[in-house]
Design a protein around this ligand. Structure first.
Ligand code: GLU
Length: 438
């Protein structure tokens, strides 16, 4: 069975940067009839909040990415303790006493000598006596002892990968204050929850190498890893500075549609063109992780607007009817109203404006040279009931009477009735106008 997880830390809102991680893991699980776990990486109790955890759930729900269960790392500390003991028992876990300042100094020295800043394992040489003495004086942290060999795996996106364990520091799994670090918790969870596929950002590639060794040391099987590229801004600049304004909440507040966002994210950085999918099922059916590339991927939020417009225009009446009724649109005109409005809105929020125009009329926009023309046109308006032929009948009459034609005929009428130069097909709009102020 396929099991995936999305593992955000509840220390902030979901943004476009981690949305791809959520989406890919979700789609792998759903495509294979598997399980999708929402894992809250909340071992850092100073920064994790339930408000953010709730916000993450709310945002995923808004997108339609439903999860099968939630797991919280803060509830699993006993298990991490036990795993740490297992690693001690097999001799792959060692206690270190360097302070952050000492470690920093070591790194600087190595860099000065042109060497990679890899932890020198001096703690392994400590005698029991030295350890006892150090223990009484300072905090200790614990490192996993890597096997210094090449760590290889076939990445679902990046292909064959290999990292020399000798070029990586033995990872710290327990901090001086006793807090279990991400690597320890994540490895335990992936093993215990039977995670079969892990998709995450390519900033995790080195973590993956060390995690593979820990998973193997714990006698478990290694999941399939895939690392997607990181997003940049439109000019290739790092996205991190802009993420504050690229949370899902911001996108939602701007009227962007979940399907537009998901469709974009399901194709961005792939060899396939971006296209609008109309449902999650369609998206899942067309998902293929192998089409994604390793290059950093440019993201431009403005690309989401045309997709949103297209999505909204494609919504059928039955999907929209509740929203239309909620706006106060009488059910007998809702079908023709939606026919008129659907092509003329950028977001759902714009629908209300069209209803206002229909219900209340607009202050007419009439150029001085058109004042008389509009007066005449008004006197020629056919009597009710109006339908989609009324506009043609009326403008033919106006044309005959005034001798105007083309733009000179239609534009002043459009401006007088909508206060705009562009907009819907007037034949569709006219019968919907409940009030005309000319
Ligand atoms: N909490 C980690 C992060 O957001 C999870 C990484 C992972 O997928 O293992 O970076």
């Amino acid at each position: 069975m396929t099991t995936t997880r999305f593992a955000p830390s509840p220390t902030g809102f979901i943004h476009v940067g981690n949305l791809r991680t959520a989406l890919f893991n979700y789609m792998i699980a759903r495509k294979n009839g598997g399980e999708f776990i929402l894992r809250l990486d909340d071992t850092d109790s100073n920064r994790s909040t339930t408000e953010y955890a709730d916000a993450i759930k709310e945002d995923l729900t808004w997108l339609g990415l439903d999860w099968d269960r939630v797991e919280k790392q803060s509830h699993r500390l006993e298990r991490y303790k036990q795993a740490a003991q297992e690693l001690r028992d097999i001799g792959r876990f060692y206690e270190c006493f360097e302070t952050p300042v000492e470690l920093d100094l070591k790194r600087k020295k190595q860099l000065n000598m042109g060497k990679p800043p890899v932890y020198d394992r001096s703690a392994l040489a400590l005698t029991d006596e030295q350890k006892i003495k150090l223990k009484s004086e300072r905090e200790s942290h614990w490192r996993f002892q890597l096997d210094q060999e090449r760590i290889v795996w076939v990445d679902g996106i990046l292909g064959d990968l290999s990292i020399d364990a000798g070029s990586v520091s033995d990872p710290v799994l327990i901090r001086g204050d006793g807090q279990f670090l991400y690597t320890m918790a994540s490895v335990c969870d992936d093993i215990d929850f039977g995670i079969t596929n892990v998709v995450r950002g390519s900033d995790h590639v080195t973590n993956t190498a060390t995690q593979i060794q820990i998973i193997e040391a714990m006698g478990a099987s290694v999941p399939n890893f895939a690392h997607h590229s990181l997003l940049t801004g439109p000019q290739g600049e790092p996205l991190s500075k802009r993420l504050g304004t690229l949370s899902l909440r911001d996108l939602r507040a701007n009227g962007l549609e979940p399907m537009a966002i998901l469709s974009h994210m399901a194709r961005l950085g792939s060899s396939e063109p971006i296209e609008l999918f109309n449902s999650l099922d369609e998206l899942i059916e067309n998902f293929d992780i192998t089409i994604f590339g390793a290059q950093p991927t440019k993201f431009d939020v403005t690309d989401l607007f045309p997709l949103t417009k297209k999505y909204v225009a494609g919504l059928d009446l039955s999907t929209m009817s509740d929203a239309l009724i909620d706006l106060g649109i009488p059910s007998e005109i809702a079908p023709s109203f939606w026919e008129m409005a659907r092509e003329n809105v950028n977001t759902r929020a714009d629908i209300a404006q069209w209803w206002e125009i229909c219900r209340d009329g607009v202050t007419p926009l009439i150029d001085v040279e058109d004042i008389e023309f509009i007066e005449i046109s008004k006197s020629l308006l056919p009597s009710h009931p109006w339908d989609e032929t009324t506009w043609k009948v009326w403008t033919a009459l106006v044309k005959d009477t005034t001798g105007r034609k083309g733009k000179g005929l239609f534009m002043p009428l459009r401006k007088a009735l909508t206060a705009m130069e562009h907009g819907p097909d007037m034949a569709k709009l006219l019968p919907l106008l409940q009030k005309i102020k000319i």
